[in-house]
Design a protein around this ligand. Structure first.
Ligand code: AMP
Ligand code: GLY
Length: 438
C-alpha cells in the first residue's frame, strides 16, 4: 500500500466478469493502479494488461513481487483449483479467493457431492464411480433421463443428460474408458434428473460472516427456450426477489429457506470440516417441486452474473473484498441499488462449438450512448486499430432500469447497434416461460 492508503491491484482473468469487476474497482478511492492478467480489449482501457495466463501461477507470483502489487483478485476457477491462494498466502501476499481445499467445492464434484451428503444439504441423489462396469451396473437400476457428470473441471462441458440407456453407457465409456476428459474424468457422478427453474446464488464470505447478493438467473443453453447445448452462460437478470407490478419469482420465504438451509449450512459445514471458505460462494440451484436443490457449487463469481451484479452493487467492491480478507465483513453494510439489471451475451457464430476469431466489431460507442448501458468485453482484442473478436463469448451488453422489462428493452435496443460477422445472441433472456416458474 502506498502513502495514500491506495492499493495496486491485479485482477486475474480475461472475461466479461473480469472487465465488470475492474470497472467497479476503478471507481474506488482506494484503487491506486489496476492490472489484468491477461485481460482483454475492454480491460486495457481501465488499466494495464499483462500477458500472463491465469494458470501461470509462478509468472503471476513473480509479477506481483516485481510490481509490488498490494492485492491480487483470483477470479477464474483454474488458478483457484491449482491453489494460487495457498501459494500467495504462504509468501505473505494479499489475495482474494478460497484456498485449494475450499475450492474443491467446485473443482471436484465427487468432493462436493460427498460434502452435501454428509451435511444433509439438499441435492440430487447420486453415486460416484471410477469403474466402468460398476457404473454401468448402477445405471441399470436407475430411471431415465439420468445425469452423468465428470468430477473435475471441464469448461462447462462435463455434464451429460442422457435420455436413453445407450446414451448413458456411451457417456460412461467415453469418460471412464476412453478418457476423453483426461484426469478430470477419473471419477464420474451419476445423479438423479431434477426439474425446475434454475437460479444463481452469490455470497461474500470472510470465513466467519457472510452476505448474500440479490438472486439472479443465468440462461445456460445456446438456443431460445433454453434448448441446445450448454454454454458458459448467455444472459442474466437480477434481482428475482422483487417484481414491479407482479409477483416476485423468488419470494422472501424461499430466500429465507435458501439462506438457512443452503448458504449458512454450507459455510458452517465447510468450517466444521476444516476447509473454511473465504471468497465468493456461488451455488447453482434448481427450484424443484420438492424445494430448492443444489445442482453444483462454484467457488468464484459467475459470468455473466457478475456483469449484472456490478450494475446493482452500490458499496465499494474493494472495501468489501478487503473486509473479506481481513474477516471484517460484519463491520460493513453492503448496499445494492433499487434497479433491475440484465446482461445479454453476444457470441461468435458456431459457439459453443467451433468458431472463428478475428471478426471486426462495430457499434459499441453507439450502444453506450444510452447512459443506462455498459458493454463489457469478453473475447475481444485490438489489432491494427480494429477491435476484433477473440473468443466464443465476445461482449456482455448490460443495462439497468426501474423494472426488469425496462432493463431488458434498453439492453436489447443497445444490442441492435452492435455488429460483427456471425454475431449470435438469445432474444429471450428474462422473458417467457424460463423466467416464470408457472
Ligand atoms: P452443473 O455444471 O452441474 O451446474 O450442470 C450444468 C447444467 O446441467 C445445469 O445448469 C443444469 O441445467 C443441468 N443439470 C445439472 N445437474 C442436473 C440434474 N441433476 N438434473 C437436471 N439437470 C441438471
Ligand atoms: N454463469 C455460469 C458460470 O459462471 O458458471
Amino acid at each position: 500500500m502506498n502513502e495514500n492508503n491506495k492499493q495496486k491491484i491485479l485482477i486475474i482473468g480475461s472475461g466479461g466478469r473480469e472487465h465488470a469487476i475492474g470497472w467497479k474497482i476503478k471507481q474506488s478511492p482506494l484503487c491506486g493502479g489496476l492490472y489484468f492478467a491477461p485481460g482483454n480489449a475492454g480491460t486495457a482501457k481501465l488499466g494495464v494488461n499483462v500477458p500472463i495466463k491465469a494458470t501461470d501461477i509462478k509468472d503471476l507470483f513473480d509479477f506481483v513481487k516485481k510490481e509490488k502489487i498490494d492485492l491480487t483478485l483470483a477470479i477464474p476457477d483454474d488458478p483457484l483449483a491449482l491453489g494460487i491462494v495457498d501459494q500467495f498466502q504462504k509468501e505473505g501476499l494479499r489475495i482474494f479467493g478460497p484456498t485449494k481445499a475450499a475450492a474443491q467445492l467446485e473443482s471436484s464434484k465427487a468432493f462436493s457431492k460427498n460434502f452435501m451428503q454428509s451435511h444433509n444439504l439438499p441435492t440430487a441423489k447420486f453415486k460416484i464411480f471410477d469403474d466402468y462396469e460398476k457404473a454401468k451396473g448402477y445405471l441399470n437400476t436407475q430411471n431415465l433421463p439420468i445425469v452423468i457428470k465428470v468430477s473435475g473441471l471441464a469448461l462447462g462441458k462435463g455434464v451429460i443428460i442422457a435420455e436413453t440407456k445407450e446414451e448413458a453407457e456411451k457417456a460412461l465409456e467415453d469418460i471412464l474408458v476412453k478418457k476423453t476428459f483426461g484426469e478430470a474424468g477419473r471419477e464420474v457422478v451419476i445423479e438423479e434428473f431434477l426439474t425446475g427453474p434454475e437460479i444463481s446464488i452469490h455470497v461474500f464470505s470472510d470465513g466467519k460472516n457472510y452476505s448474500i447478493f440479490p438472486t439472479s438467473q443465468d440462461h445456460k443453453r445456446i438456443g431460445e427456450g433454453n434448448t441446445g447445448p450448454n454454454t458458459g452462460g448467455m444472459g442474466t437478470i437480477a434481482p428475482l426477489s422483487r417484481q414491479v407490478g407482479g409477483q416476485a419469482f423468488v419470494t422472501d420465504e424461499l430466500l429465507n429457506n435458501i439462506e438457512k438451509n443452503i448458504v449458512a449450512k454450507t459455510l458452517s459445514g465447510m468450517k466444521d470440516d476444516g476447509n473454511t471458505f473465504s471468497g465468493i460462494l456461488y451455488p447453482g440451484l434448481m427450484l424443484t417441486p420438492d424445494g430448492p436443490k443444489i445442482l453444483e457449487y462454484n467457488a468464484r463469481f459467475g459470468d455473466p452474473e457478475t456483469e449484472t451484479y456490478m450494475r446493482l452493487l452500490e458499496t465499494d467492491l474493494l472495501e468489501i473484498i478487503n473486509a473479506c480478507i481481513d474477516q471484517k465483513l460484519s463491520e460493513i453494510k453492503i448496499k445494492w441499488n433499487s434497479n433491475f439489471a440484465c446482461t445479454i451475451m453476444l457470441a461468435s457464430e458456431g459457439y459453443p462449438g467451433v468458431y472463428e476469431k478475428g471478426k471486426i466489431i462495430m457499434g459499441i460507442e453507439e450502444a453506450e450512448k444510452d447512459k443506462n448501458v455498459i458493454v463489457f468485453h469478453a473475447g475481444t482484442k485490438m489489432e491494427d486499430n480494429n477491435l476484433i473478436t477473440n473468443g466464443g463469448r465476445v461482449l456482455g451488453v448490460s443495462a439497468i432500469g426501474a423494472s426488469l422489462e425496462e432493463a431488458l428493452d434498453t439492453a436489447y435496443r443497445a444490442v441492435l447497434k452492435i455488429s460483427f460477422e456471425g454475431m449470435q445472441y438469445r432474444k429471450d433472456i428474462g422473458r417467457g416461460s424460463f423466467f416464470n416458474p408457472n
